[in-house]
Design a binder for this molecule. Structure first.
Ligand code: 8YV
Length: 323
């Protein structure tokens, strides 16, 4: 019998189309009675296709005794308890690489929008205010030092783009990286003190929760700008709103929030914040590529060729011809 796969919530059409052909796909999102469907199919489910909206915790894994693989749509997989999966011998995959350039592009767009106040300028024009007076002068990227928290695949793609803008680049992460020409700071506080812009692109989850706190924002200083394209959980949002309101930092550009899709009203009320609805990877091109990688991980697994992009917590031996 074809392997049975469960989808909890709506996902990109590429996922359902790609899986439907060779697998039996059960969809809780379109089921009349999701709980009844889950109870019926749970013992037969061997694969799970998930997006960031649904946490996959140990309790769910325990309801699926024959689960072999969890394929996550997204490079970040903080909503999947990967350690619990590892303990049960379940492989977790994510979607690295295919979204790197897209997210890096968006980050540069958000950085420039925040500094040069592009959305505010556009609102000014649409409000008919241009004839009254020119739009007020904005802060600038010129002469700034940029700090990157998390110099992984996406962080490095952002840094490569920033090189073209002629700005100094520094970074902080768990360890210094060989072969990168950027200044390493062993502490986040040290990095925040040394730069004017802090770009957050580190993984979410308990280990990084609340890293950007009041002390880091104070260190960033009155000309400081915070850009977050990672996870809202890394930032103390109340401290950030206070820092923006009181001029502790100059501005912030945020693509992610702690309780998406809820955005604190306090942030929405601030003119020095540029706020986006988590669109870092959200182009037709890149979302299709991410969906295809979810499908390809599952196809590869059920053809006995191993996962294509397993996460660090559930490593897999390299399979000849696939790496
Ligand atoms: C996801 C993301 O598409 O990849 C990630 O980590 O945040 C986005 O690209 C988003 O989580 C939707 O599931």
């Amino acid at each position: 019998a074809p392997p049975e796969i469960l989808m909890l919530r709506p996902m990109h059409t590429v996922v359902a189309e790609g899986l439907g052909a060779r697998h039996t796909l059960h969809r809780l999102d379109t089921a009349a009675d999701p709980e009844a469907l889950l109870a019926e199919v749970a013992p037969r489910i061997r694969g799970l296709a998930v997006g960031a909206q649904t946490p996959v915790d140990a309790a769910l894994m325990d309801r699926l005794p024959n689960l072999e693989i969890i394929a996550n749509f997204g490079v970040g997989y903080d909503t999947v308890d990967a350690r619990a999966a590892a303990a049960r011998g379940i492989v977790v995959t994510n979607t690295p690489d295919v979204l790197t350039d897209e997210v890096a592009d968006l980050t540069l767009g958000l950085l420039l929008a925040t500094l040069r106040r592009i959305p505010q300028a556009e609102r000014y024009l649409r409000a008919g205010r241009w004839p009254e007076a020119p739009f007020p002068l904005s802060p600038s990227l010129r002469g700034r030092r940029i700090g990157i928290l998390g110099l992984g695949r996406i962080g490095q793609a952002i840094a490569r783009r920033l090189e073209g803008f002629g700005v100094a680049i520094a970074y902080h992460g768990r360890s210094r990286q060989a072969d990168v020409p950027y200044a390493y700071h062993p502490t986040l506080l040290g990095l925040a003190e040394a730069v004017h812009v802090l770009i957050v692109v580190a993984p979410g989850g308990p280990e990084t929760a609340g890293l950007i706190d009041a002390a880091v924002l104070r260190a960033l200083g009155p000309e400081g700008v915070l850009i977050n394209v990672a996870r809202g959980s890394l930032v103390d949002e109340a401290a950030l709103a206070a820092a923006l309101r009181e001029g502790t930092i100059q501005a912030a550009g945020l693509d992610v929030f702690a309780k998406e899709p809820h955005v604190p009203a306090e942030l929405i009320g601030l003119d020095n914040a540029v706020l986006l609805p988590h669109v870092g990877s959200a182009s037709h091109h890149t979302r299709a590529a991410m969906g295809q990688l979810v499908v390809d991980n599952l196809l590869s697994w059920f053809e006995g060729r191993g996962p294509l992009t397993p996460v660090a917590e559930t490593p897999w031996r390299a399979v000849a011809g696939t790496s």
